[in-house]
Design a protein around this ligand. Sequence first.
Ligand code: FES
Length: 140
Amino acid sequence: MLYSEKVMDHFQNPRNVGKMEDADGVGEVGNAKCGDIMKMYIKVDKGRITDVKFNTFGCGSAIATSSIATEMIKGKRIEEALQLSNKAVVEALDGLPAHKVHCSVLAEEAVKAAVKDYYDKNGIEYDREVFEKIEYEHCR
Ligand code: FES
């Protein structure tokens, strides 16, 4: 079977889908390889991510990876959420076919973009290198 049960589950029943009107940070990123788009919303309280939502114009693997990514960062401290790698997301889904691994990058980058937006809005200092490689959708 090409996709693991976890991938199929998160694709068919994605968690935390939707828009967040009162988000503290919003990140929108694009995947240069396929043109798909991911938008991530975070709610932050005392340095902790208390709620996450995502919306995507993306493939099934992008949906599944973002769905599990939202579960992995919900309740975590911001610094911990920034450590989330696409590799960790793929592992949590019991793997993705090699040619779909690039889809998981969208999830990682959208989380980072939302955190960056939160930092920018609140005048919080941060290490710019962490956000350097992200393909922000509005920049393209
Ligand atoms: Fe575009 Fe998967 S093919 S994110």
